[in-house]
Structure formats: C-alpha cells, structure tokens
Design a protein. Structure first.
Length: 84
C-alpha cells in the first residue's frame, strides 16, 4: 500500500517530489528535501532541466558496486522519481 498524504499548498512550497521506495529506502523525506533545495539553489539561473537534478540525486545514492558484500545494500533497488 503506498503512502499517500494530502497537504494544502503553501506559498513557501518550492517543489513536489513523487518517488518510489528505491529513493525512500536510502533517504528520508527531510534528507531528500534538503538535498533538492541545495541543488536547486546552486543551479538558479542556469536553466538546468529538472531531470538533471533528479539524475544527480540518483547518482549520489546509487550503490557503487551491488556485488560488494560490505555494502549495506543502499541504492540497489530500482529508482524512479518525478520532480514538479
């Protein structure tokens, strides 16, 4: 069963991120929000497409070697996200 939450929009809202469990298994909502806010602030005025920001997020959390026995397994699930 997916986690679904209804929230009223607020003037301070910057974005909405819809993502699968492969993201939430690695990052908390707060960690993901902080990451994206920092990246968005860094790229202001660059006309960077949103998909590049999400690609960067994926690159940062993906496991470097899924066959590494010492890896905790973070970043080995499928990852999909929509940044609005």
């Amino acid at each position: 069963m997916p986690d679904v939450t209804r929230r009223a929009r607020h003037p301070d809202d910057s974005f909405v991120l819809i993502a699968c469990d492969g993201i939430w298994d690695v990052l908390s909502s707060r960690e993901c929000t902080t990451y994206l806010r920092d990246v968005i602030d860094e790229h202001k005025g660059n006309d960077e497409p949103a998909y590049r920001l999400v690609e960067g997020l994926f690159d940062d959390i993906i496991a470097e070697d899924i066959h590494d026995q010492n890896d905790a397994g973070d970043g080995t699930d499928n990852m999909s996200a929509i940044l609005i």
